[in-house]
Design a protein around this ligand. Sequence first.
Ligand code: SF4
Ligand code: SF4
Length: 459
Amino acid sequence: MIDGEGNQAVVGSSQAVISAGDVSVECLKCGSCLSVCPVYQKLLTEMVSPRGKMALAEALYKGTVGPKDVVASYLSYCLMCAACVQECPNELLVDSRIIAARSVVSRHLFSNLPYLAAFRTLLQKRSLMNVLASGARALGRLLCSRVPHWSGLRLRFPLLMPTDRLLPALAREPFLRAVARRNRHAPEAPGQQARFAYFVGCMTNYVYTSVARRIEALMAEQGVVLDVPVQQKCCGMPAIAAGDLSSARRLALHNIDLFLRTGASKVVVTCASCGSALKHYYPMLFAPGSQARARAEQLAARVVDVTELLVDELGLRRFSADCGLLERLGCESAQRKLRVTYHEPCHLVRRMGVSQQPKSLLGSIEGVQFVPLPDADVCCGSGGLFSVHHYRLSLKIATEKARNIISTGADVVATGCPACIAQIRDGLSHLHATIPVVHTIELIGSASTGASQTGSAAN
Ligand code: SF4
Ligand code: SF4
């Protein structure tokens, strides 16, 4: 298949280059995917179901329909959650096929020209992103971030954003800028070889900097050298999801080269979406047999989630809670165990294959009782640009997640993706619930192998 820019759109499985024939042959039209698609379950419209979008993609490839706004509109109804992929008896990579189809209609997708411009300039230049983030932070104080949806203050700027959306506040200073400043004052000793490298990701860099500081502290405690390359760029997931494959390839090539040059044996992520880009999507951006594909696969093999690193790589089994955080969250853990539940980010569970490690880690934190969450692996409704363009629908999915969380009686929700944190906080705020949502590793104070002692591992 040829994408909107005349390039071959390579977004299939390990060997696949998508072609028109693939879709028509592989989708059995069986409908097994319908029951698990969060978007179809809410709208009950065939054209937004995985099967419907596959039929649309097939028609697009065959030229039966053109890349018009209406086609792009149906294709925009996908969260990239991959629940359908897991369910499909034919193991069809539906999300990848949707990306390929989006690459053909990208000019019409999400009324997309401003986004395409952003993917081609903003995401490629960290300095530009920093300037924009500073401006947005100043504005953000006015744009009612952190103001709950029932507050009248949200009516101050009704034209600029959904007045009832709870947006996270931007950090005072981007994490990577702080690292660059620190490096200038205390440069790394020459010849020091990093054991692990950290891919920070934009949301952690600009919003949830406490997560980045936590992983640094945990690695320092273990005596592990953690390299944080300050020239790293956006993982490109927004461009991948929007079908802007040339922007995505440019970002991928930069990050692949940068992280392979560190010589690190593992590249650790604290963002499930970044992890899925590096581990799952990067190789599929390049033709099988090409040098770029080989290098992308080399990087993919090294990418691990932070909980995998702590539990599998470092063999840590005992954890103490971060008392400072618990105090800030207003948790009174002295009286009883803190009840913590866990939302499984789609990209972590289905694209990185990580599910057991975060749960066993949470269950091993001293003073914590792990409480299972019903439908823990069902998407929270974030889906990147999906939540911007289909906010009401995205919110419906988020409030369902929030209801499940409330039903557990948990004091705190942990998860492994910054986008899920923001989305779930918004969902909870719409139900007037004040349950804190944190990244899994933010709950950890310190860690040890605890060779002679056992923790209360979660199921
Ligand atoms: S990836 Fe998720 S939202 Fe998209 S079609 Fe599949 S199940 Fe539906
Ligand atoms: S489960 Fe797979 S084969 Fe069946 S309709 Fe959905 S995408 Fe097609």
